[in-house]
Design a binder for this molecule. Structure first.
Ligand SMILES: Cc1cc2nc3c(=O)[nH]c(=O)nc-3n(C[C@H](O)[C@H](O)[C@H](O)COP(=O)(O)O)c2cc1C
Length: 300
């Protein structure tokens, strides 16, 4: 069956992509599987300058998911271009860069720089990180600020520009429409939900940053609902993200209107998760004798 998908003019061999921040730069999977089997790999969040990230502890498990407050720790653009990008050259999968900044200018500059890199097929603006004080969610939770950010970046882009939206906002469809109207070529829905946990032995918040982003199985119904609502009001493609653990979870997102799905927390539990999810989709399509395109949006 044909599992191929086209998003903003970029051809994906199948709809399974890794979610940013949960799969490094893709090559970390080399000992497990060939990442070229995936439709795409979203790279770990990148900022212009190096960021040390938030105070540890930065990760804690909950009954049905994970809380993280990584705080976009990364080595910055210069390190990326010198040490990481060259390692991506040998792969054929689609790489999606995920960018964050403290100012609109940071995002614009990164958009310009990444536009020049042939291996980067899509630039994903992270306007939704719930655990950094400046940047991140501040850009994604105010519609006027988000509009300005998307407009500024889309004026400089030479690659398709996706915007990753936060679930920690008002009406998701208003934010989605604002992105589409201001030059976004696609959307990723959704980033993590803002949450917290308390360590009852210390009587203190479990995360050094107090609050963090909640991901994993528990968030899926919320993310799915937002994809379904958004798919009714925009024409640009959507990458569905949030709690996808299995092929059937992924199919729900595709039936809700997502063109592709991003696998995040599941890969932290099982490095083979994305491949197993792809196998599940393939098995379903073969069994039902359906191409992926005939399933997309059937629940709308
Ligand atoms: C440890 C961790 C780090 C993350 N880092 C980023 C990031 O750098 N940029 C980003 O846009 N999203 C980041 N996310 C959010 C994921 O990409 C994904 O959208 C979210 O976790 C929901 O999907 P999931 O439930 O499958 O994990 C991160 C999530 C986790 C768990």
């Amino acid at each position: 069956m044909d599992l191929s998908v086209s998003m903003a003019g970029v051809k994906f061999s199948n709809p399974v992509i890794t979610a940013s921040g949960t799969s490094g730069y893709g090559y970390e999977f080399d000992n497990y599987f060939d990442i070229n089997q995936l439709g795409g790999v979203t790279l770990k969040g990148l900022t212009l300058e190096k960021r040390p990230g938030n105070t540890p502890p930065r990760i804690c498990e909950t009954a049905c998911g994970l809380l993280n407050s990584i705080g976009l720790a990364n080595e910055g653009y210069e390190f990326f271009i010198g040490n990481i990008y060259p390692r991506l050259e040998k792969y054929t999968t689609n790489f999606i860069a995920n960018i964050s900044g403290s100012t609109v200018d940071d995002y614009v500059l990164l958009t310009e720089k990444l536009s020049e890199l042939p291996k980067i097929k899509i630039i994903e603006i992270n306007a939704s990180c719930p655990n950094v004080k400046e940047g991140g969610m501040a850009f994604g939770s105010d519609i006027k600020i988000l509009t300005g950010l998307v407009k500024a970046c889309s004026g400089k882009k030479q690659k398709p520009l996706f915007v990753k939206l936060s679930p920690n906002t008002g009406v998701i469809t208003d934010f989605a429409r604002a992105c589409e109207q201001n030059g976004a070529d696609g959307l990723t829905l959704v980033n993590t939900l803002l949450g917290m946990k308390i360590n009852i032995e210390t009587g203190r918040p479990a995360l050094g940053n107090i609050m963090g982003g909640y991901s994993g199985a528990a968030v899926m119904p919320v993310a799915l609902r937002m994809v379904w609502q958004t798919a009714q009001v925009v024409k640009i493609p959507i990458i569905g993200s949030g709690g996808i653990l299995s092929g059937s979870d992924a199919l729900e997102f595709i039936m809700a209107g997502a063109a592709c799905v991003a696998v995040g927390t599941a890969s932290l539990y099982d490095p083979m998760a994305a491949i197993k999810i792809l196998d599940g989709i393939r098995h379903f399509c073969c069994e039902k004798n359906r191409d992926i395109s005939s399933i997309k949006g059937c629940a709308l």
